[in-house]
Write a protein that binds this ligand. Structure first.
Ligand SMILES: [Zn+2]
Length: 304
């Protein structure tokens, strides 16, 4: 239960989904207690911490802003870093938006695999949720509940023959994220493309970085999973929960939610310290140990 960083640097270059601006991201090892920090290398390394109080806009992507300096579309990269259990990292970037690459978190997972993980000599601190918190907007809602591990449940419902109702429920770990979510790509409806372009968004969008849903099918198949849409929403959720600033010990349930509700949940959680505590995880391990001891001592017939 020690803090981690990456062992070596890695970088990638690509276009931003919304701005269409090309940028380079470089992942750099960071010392203990740094957290996840973006640095705008085009602005004298201006740091923007990946934390709830820096959330700015959350319409079609999550953007961070600090002292007027903006950084857009952080969610896929943060989902990969957070799921991999990396506590401390600098994300050096020379533009206003994280590259969209193939629309999923897989290229970022490949970068992290190349970088490797290094253990630091400082105990990891967790944000352990003690009391539930819910946020809702009409029929969309999200809640966070006490748990001894980090779990998410994500439910989506889009009136489309290929989507409909999809639900993903999982314990978040590097393995589950890699196998179940990382490859799921972002998506949009063909009918929304012109309105979004008119709003100045998706300037970097293409058939190579987003699934485009037509009236009754998909323009650029095949899908990577039959329920790729629900999986991608769960990926987005984890990327936004990374803004809690510490690994969570909590269960999060999202029902037709999106970036706005995800980030509202994080902001309200952090704003009310009676809802959580910061722990080094000793209590968690003690509980697990006690449980394992009880199991080993129970008579065999008591099982099942
Ligand atoms: Zn996304």
């Amino acid at each position: 239960m020690f803090q981690t960083t990456i062992a070596r640097e890695s970088s990638v270059e690509g276009v931003g989904l919304h701005t269409g601006v090309c940028g380079r991201v470089r992942l750099v090892p960071a010392p203990a207690e740094t957290g996840i920090v973006f640095r705008r290398v085009d602005l004298e390394n201006f740091p923007i911490e990946a934390q709830g109080h820096n959330v700015a806009r959350v319409s079609y992507a999550t953007s961070l802003m600090k002292q007027g300096v903006l950084l857009s579309t952080t969610e896929h990269l943060l989902a990969a870093i957070y799921s991999c259990g990396i506590d401390n990292i600098y994300i050096d970037i020379d533009s206003i938006e994280v590259p969209i690459l193939d629309g999923s978190a897989e290229p970022f997972m490949q970068m992290l695999e190349h970088s490797g993980i290094r253990r630091l000599r400082r105990k990891r601190r967790y944000l352990k949720v003690l009391r539930p918190l819910q946020v809702s907007e009409g029929d969309r809602r999200i809640g966070i509940y006490p748990a001894d591990e980090f779990r998410v449940r994500c439910y989506v419902d889009f009136p489309h023959p290929l989507v409909g109702q999809q639900e993903v429920e999982m314990l978040v770990s590097p393995d589950t994220f890699r196998h179940l979510l990382a490859r799921a790509r972002t998506f949009c409806f063909e009918r929304d493309i012109e309105p979004l372009r008119a709003m100045g968004l998706i300037r970097g969008g293409s058939l190579d970085n987003a699934i485009v849903l037509t009236q009754d099918g998909v323009m650029n198949g095949p899908l990577r999973f039959p329920d790729e849409f629900g999986r991608h929403k769960a990926l987005d959720l984890i990327g936004d929960l990374a803004l809690a600033g510490l690994p969570l010990l909590a269960r999060v349930e999202a029902h037709k939610a999106g970036h706005s509700l995800h980030t509202q949940l994080v902001s309200r959680l952090l704003a009310d310290p009676s809802l959580w505590t910061v722990t080094t995880g000793e209590a968690r391990r003690t509980q697990t140990d006690a449980y394992l001891t009880a199991l080993s001592q129970a008579p065999a017939s008591a099982a099942d």
